[in-house]
Design a protein around this ligand. Structure first.
Ligand code: ATP
Ligand code: MG
Length: 565
């Protein structure tokens, strides 16, 4: 493609809402333009990348036996009512105004609808069905460019199995295919255990790209390979345990001590012997959660025990239920009225300080075996930077991550609600066992740029670069330079190399070099007057930043070898 003839709207300035590198560079390099909040037009060079990513995805999905579908984005609303997901998605789902239809944010319902009529025997399984298609989600805060759009492209796949072992196998096939896809797309990533959230199901993992532009927090450790979303991450922290002296409970005056640090300092006690009480409402039932010292409660872990609806009690509720304000609450005397649970680090601990349910008073020598009946101990902690990994062999780092993919063991949630049953070997009817697997196509592109760029522009890796070579004719007024550039363009193109040829007559050399760095093709081939006088042509490896000269006659061969290596 000749730059003089193509549509390559590179720009210097970007709108102020473009703050992360990938968003800025996708605009500057002319990959896309915003049409509305969270809605983007992909321009030819951006769509070229998208097609390459989609090809890689197709190849790897086909390799695990996936069969490609193309399902409608416009869905009858009744289908979504069958699984009760009109409610579950709420405002995230786009509703059509003049028909009882919705724009699909995902396709479990349509897939299950098809499976219900046609996958009726264990003999018809396993099946892997996938598509690469537009999804619509009314994200409340579309931001970071294509990373969170209201319309985006997803590869979504669904597996159908007759047995749970079958599901494990289908899940594993996807996990391996995903690893290949992201690796081929030039991404370094973590596979993290995730909470399944509103999707339901038993197991789920997310593929995360480490990046400051991410919205998720991850706990990772490169020595041990541990990686988990902080929502479910665990660490190996010692329990408080028991102290030898088992004194009776004693009430002490702790004026103006609100925080654990203030109480510990005032009583000359280690923070690690203080038990903090947090009050939640589970419907009308108050729940008291005991945490050790300054350990932070992880609300996702709390929800995993009590359900999504549990909420922190309000200030007035605290006073009414316990007789004290937040800093002075404790479990003693609240039994019966409260569900009392504690973090595992407090298991059977004694010699603790806790609130006395009386403002400005605390209890010392609390023994969780003796003084209060803790109903159960759970891991409720939010892990922190530097803590030991669960196996104790490494240290956790907390990093930001962008989710580029998610694999779920759905189980029978959708087949049960939509009555998609099959006959097993014994002729018994069972719900189909399903998995669901998603990849964000635009997110792969943005993540690639997040991981491969510098201040001058994008550094496309070969696998998804829009063109293999950026050929720059530096002096359009020199006949020899033009002739040599044209010959190279013809020769490389004939060899099947895709070339972006900067043959503009109205752009200065400096401008051409800037554009080449911004657009970021893996190899730049620079034909300039000075070098050509010595019968040489310059090459630049954009990623490595390496430049070298080659004899003009072997320039094409050198470029071909670079692209194919
Ligand atoms: P997030 O937590 O980031 O909203 P999600 O859990 O809603 O993602 P899934 O429903 O699992 O995402 O969708 C599968 C994949 O689709 C995600 O891993 C992500 O790559 C992509 N994706 C999801 N929402 C968006 C969006 N609004 N814009 C672009 N890509 C998205
Ligand atoms: Mg989402």
């Amino acid at each position: 493609m000749r730059l003089s003839q193509g549509f390559f709207p590179t720009v210097k300035e970007v709108p102020s809402d473009a703050v992360i590198p990938s968003h800025q560079l996708m605009l500057r390099a002319g990959l896309m333009r915003q049409l509305a909040a969270g809605v983007f037009s992909f321009l030819p060079i951006g769509y070229a990348v998208m097609k390459k990513v989609m090809t890689i995805i197709r190849q790897e999905m086909d390799a695990i036996g996936g069969q490609e579908f193309h399902l409608p984005a416009l869905n009858p609303i009744e289908l979504w009512e069958e699984t009760d997901r009109v409610k579950a998605f709420g405002d995230i789902m786009f509703h059509v105004k003049n028909r009882p239809m919705v724009l699909a944010p995902t396709h479990e319902e349509v897939i299950t609808h098809i499976a219900k009529d046609h996958v009726k025997s264990y003999k018809a399984m396993p099946q892997i069905w996938y598509q690469i298609q537009t999804k619509f989600r009314n994200e409340p805060r579309p931001k970071s460019g294509v990373l969170r759009g209201r319309q985006f492209t997803m590869k979504d796949a669904y597996s159908m199995d007759a047995t749970w072992q079958g599901l494990d196998k289908s899940y594993e096939l996807h996990r391996e295919a995903y690893k290949k896809i992201y690796t081929r797309c030039g991404l370094t990533f973590h596979i993290v255990g995730a909470s399944s959230g509103a999707m339901g199901g038993s197991g789920s993992q997310e593929f995360m790209v480490e990046s400051n532009a991410g919205e998720d927090n991850l706990a990772v450790c490169s020595e041990t390979g541990y990686a988990a979303n902080v929502e479910i991450a665990t660490s190996l922290m010692p329990n408080a345990g028991r102290v030898e002296a088992n004194e009776p409970l004693k009430e002490v005056h702790t004026p103006n001590c609100r925080s654990i640090d203030e109480v510990a300092a005032f009583l000359s006690m280690p923070v690690g012997r203080c038990a903090k009480s947090l009050i939640f409402m589970n419907g009308t039932q108050p729940v008291l959660v005991l945490m050790l010292g300054n350990d932070q409660l992880n609300e996702t872990k709390l929800q995993a025990v009590f359900g999504q609806e549990i909420r922190p009690a309000q200030t007035e509720e605290l006073l009414q239920l316990t007789g004290a304000d937040a800093g002075s609450i404790g479990p003693v005397g609240l039994e019966g009225k409260f569900t009392i649970v504690a973090d595992k680090r407090l298991e059977e601990a004694n010699g603790l300080v806790c609130g006395a349910n009386k403002n400005d008073y605390h209890l010392m020598n609390l023994d969780l075996k003796r003084d209060v009946k803790v109903q159960a101990y759970y891991d409720f902690r939010m892990v922190e930077e530097g803590e030991p990994t669960p196996d104790g062999k490494g240290k956790l780092r907390i990093v930001k991550g962008i989710e580029v993919g998610h694999i779920f063991k759905l189980g029978t949630k959708y087949s049960v609600s939509m009555k998609a049953n099959f006959l097993d070997e014994q002729g018994k009817e069972n719900p189909i066992i399903m998995g669901s697997y998603g990849i964000g196509v635009e997110r792969i592109i943005a993540c690639h740029i997040e991981q491969h760029h510098d201040e001058f522009g994008i550094k496309w890796q070969k696998s998804i670069a829009p063109y293999d070579v950026h050929l720059i004719c530096v002096n359009m007024n020199s006949e020899a330079v033009v002739k040599r550039s044209e010959a190279l363009y013809a020769e490389l193109t004939a060899a099947g190399i895709s070339v972006l040829f900067d043959d503009r007559t109205d752009a200065s050399a400096g401008f051409k070099f800037k554009d080449a760095d911004l657009l970021g093709m893996p190899l730049q081939v620079i034909v300039g007057e000075k070098n050509l006088k010595n019968n040489e042509i310059e090459m630049k490896d954009r990623s490595a930043g390496k430049r070298w000269n080659v004899a003009a006659d072997v320039a094409a061969a050198e470029a071909i070898a670079f692209v194919r290596s």
